[in-house]
Structure formats: structure tokens, C-alpha cells
Design a binder for this molecule. Structure first.
Ligand code: GLN
Length: 191
């Protein structure tokens, strides 16, 4: 079965590892460049994108992830991970991995709506409504034509796919429903 890594520096690492196991994959914590060599796909968890981004740069893992992703390795970024994937961060003059043609806004819901949950079915992922957990979440203001929008909530893009790249503004790993992790595994299986 598929070996799926979770970037394990900071953030919701254990939650993703647990969900991957529930969804039937072999889950691997990726801390060093060597760890990346053995995985078929990678999850960039939520946390603090500036902190994780600095780690990626300092360790050289960022470069490795970019070249693997350009070679077709499936990568899924959740929340901070979505920011790490983006080619454009609105109102900032830096990018991290710069892989995905999306324009993300950090902490986009502001402090009043810091964290919230909405229930929605996600076409192609789950017909049953899923709990979508937003925690100081970003959203995408726009995407390039090559990017498929999987879900909008209140007119904001919160899930998108571009070939082997998947981004969600919310956190499926903190729920009990592995549908999104299964979706990523299917995506990875057909890559
Ligand atoms: N606000 C965080 C950031 O900008 C993301 C929050 C999260 O991943 N839950 O990195």
C-alpha cells in the first residue's frame, strides 16, 4: 500500500498520521531529507506557515519537495500547508514552495471569526456533509484557469486541486471522517 509522508516539524502532524492509517495508507513522519525519499505522497499540515516555511528553507527539504512535486509527487496542504503551496500570498512579499497557481490570503477570516465549523457535502469527495473545521484559516481569493475549485464556502475558495496538488483551507484531520484522506489517496494512486 501507499507510503504517505506528513511533514513533521510543527502543527497537526499526529492527527494526519492517524487519519492516513484509518484510510489504509502507511503513514510516515517526514523530518529529514532522507525521509522524503521513501514516500509516494506528502501532506503539509496546518500550523504556522512562517515557522514551517523557515524550517523547509533551512533544512533544504523545501527544495526537495519542489523537485519531487514537479516530478509528479502528490502533495496536499491543509491550512498553513495551503499557504506553503501557493505561488501568491496576498499582501505579503514572500512565497514558500510556490507550486500552486492560487492567490491565498492568510488569516483571511480575521480575529472575530478566528475558528469555526461548517457542514457541507464536498462534490467528488463526500456526498454526506463533512465537518469543515477552519482555524485561523486562509482562503484563496482567486485561482488560475488550470486549477479546479473543489469547494467554495460563502463565495470563498476553500478547496482546490491542480493536477497532483491539493489544497484545503480547513482541517479534515481533526474530524472522525477520513473521506478527504481517501480522496487524496485515490488522487495519489492514479498519479
Ligand atoms: N494562520 C496560520 C498561518 O498563517 C495557519 C493556521 C492553521 O494552519 N491552522 O500559517
Amino acid at each position: 500500500n501507499m507510503r504517505v509522508g506528513v511533514l513533521a516539524f510543527q502543527g497537526a502532524v499526529r492527527e494526519h498520521l492517524r487519519m492516513l492509517t484509518m484510510a489504509g495508507a502507511q503513514a510516515v513522519a517526514v523530518k529529514r531529507r532522507e525521509d522524503l525519499c521513501s514516500v509516494d505522497a506528502l501532506i503539509l499540515p496546518g500550523g504556522e506557515s512562517t515557522v514551517i516555511g523557515k524550517f523547509l528553507q533551512e533544512t533544504g527539504l523545501g527544495e526537495d519537495i519542489v523537485s519531487r512535486a514537479e516530478g509528479g509527487m502528490p502533495v496536499w496542504g491543509t491550512c498553513a500547508g495551503m499557504i506553503l503551496l501557493a505561488k501568491h500570498i496576498v499582501n505579503e512579499n514572500y512565497v514558500h514552495l510556490g507550486l500552486m497557481d492560487i492567490w491565498v490570503r492568510r488569516n483571511a477570516y480575521g480575529s472575530q471569526l478566528d475558528s469555526f465549523i461548517v457542514r457541507r457535502p464536498v462534490p467528488g469527495v463526500s456526498e454526506k456533509p463533512l465537518d469543515l473545521v477552519f482555524i485561523r484559516a486562509p482562503y484563496a481569493e482567486k485561482v488560475s484557469p488550470g486549477v479546479e475549485v473543489l469547494l467554495e464556502v460563502d463565495g470563498k475558495i476553500v478547496a482546490a486541486r491542480q493536477g497532483n496538488l491539493l489544497a484545503t483551507a480547513f482541517h479534515p484531520e481533526v474530524t472522525e471522517d477520513p473521506s478527504f484522506h481517501r480522496f487524496f489517496l485515490e488522487m495519489a494512486g492514479s498519479a
